[in-house]
Write a protein that binds this ligand. Structure first.
Ligand code: C2E
Ligand code: MG
Ligand code: MG
Ligand code: MG
Length: 286
């Protein structure tokens, strides 16, 4: 009997493992199929000058009909599919930036890069090829990297980033403040810009402590001669405070949600185009 029990436990365990694996294989297969059949798409979220109202760049954000990025990006990373997928994103985003430029909009396209991409030895060369094919200046492209991506393979990542920066690509540190890099790491990173994570912005207008923390991040950026983007700006109060703290650029639902390229409005949020909501914000106020 004991033997039977042990065996059924074993079977149960195997069953779980099997189902788990099947789930992953199925999802991986689904992701691969989607990449081959053009089921991925990009949306773009504008980034505005805090003073003035110009849309200076747009962040490309990946969309998949079957799950949110928080779910499928880690999966794509785990399965290695992020490498071809990441190249697809870069190619698409550069083509879009070229189209904007041809329409007279000089906008930097900002693309998120995964750690496995950044750790590839040939990554900088691949980006160079894609930029050349796009006929855009390198300065039209910004890459968003995270602290954890860097720390996993410091030498390799820094080498790639240095190559990219030398060719004129801009580098932004995404979700700044949520990682574990030390000040000395930060000092050694060849960066142009820090994107303060939205979790720091969330209560900046309600909590003196959070405001003081953001203020500290801004002075850190200033000491390193870096530009600062505030992510996750959702209410007008946050705009006012971000401006008062000397933050250079703003991104968030209050100003604009991520949209399909063809739905994007180049009008400043204070002068909404047709179809914009009546309660459109005014970045200039405050
Ligand atoms: P992220 O790079 O930090 O992107 C910003 C996320 O914040 C986006 O979520 C955006 O929709 C959201 N967001 C923007 N403004 C606001 C706001 O005011 N309030 C709130 N609550 N959220 C706001 P999304 O599109 O779901 O993307 C999530 C994450 O997935 C991204 O975080 C990025 O890490 C990753 N991701 C998206 N696209 C790509 C991609 O092409 N490649 C890679 N490697 N990662 C990507
Ligand atoms: Mg980002
Ligand atoms: Mg971010
Ligand atoms: Mg994030």
């Amino acid at each position: 009997q004991a033997k039977n029990l042990g065996r059924s436990r074993y079977l149960f365990f195997d069953q779980c493992l099997y189902e788990n694996m099947l789930g992953k294989l199925e999802l991986e297969e689904k992701l691969r199929h989607s990449l081959e059949h053009g089921e991925f798409s990009l949306v773009y979220q504008p980034i505005y000058q805090a003073n003035g109202q110009r849309m200076v760049s747009a962040e490309a954000l990946l969309r998949w009909p079957h799950a949110t990025p928080d779910v499928f990006i880690p999966l794509a990373e785990e399965t290695g599919l992020i490498l071809p997928l990441g190249l697809w994103v870069l190619e698409q985003a550069l083509a879009q930036a070229k189209a904007w430029r041809d329409q007279g909009h000089d906008i930097v396209v900002s693309v998120n890069v995964s750690h496995s991409q950044l750790h590839q030895q040939q990554f900088a060369d691949k980006v160079r090829e894609l930029i050349q094919a796009s006929e855009l200046p390198s300065s039209s492209l910004q890459l968003e990297i995270t602290e954890t991506a860097l720390l996993e393979d410091w030498q390799g990542s820094i080498a790639n980033i240095q190559l990219l920066r030398d060719m004129g690509v801009r580098i932004a540190l995404d979700d700044f403040g949520t990682g574990y890099s030390s000040l000395s790491h930060l000092q050694q990173m060849p960066l142009d810009c820090l994107k303060i994570d939205k979790s720091f912005m969330a209560r900046v207008h309600e909590s003196e402590r959070d405001k003081a923390l953001v203020e500290a991040l801004v002075s850190l950026a200033r000491a390193l001669s870096l530009k600062v983007v505030a992510e996750g700006v959702e209410v007008e109060e946050q705009v006012r405070i971000a401006k008062a703290l000397g933050i250079h650029y703003l991104q968030g639902f209050y100003l604009a949600r991520p949209k399909k390229a063809e739905e994007l409005s180049f009008n400043p949020p204070s002068e909404p185009g047709p179809g914009a909501s009546a309660s459109a914000p005014d970045v200039r106020s405050g």
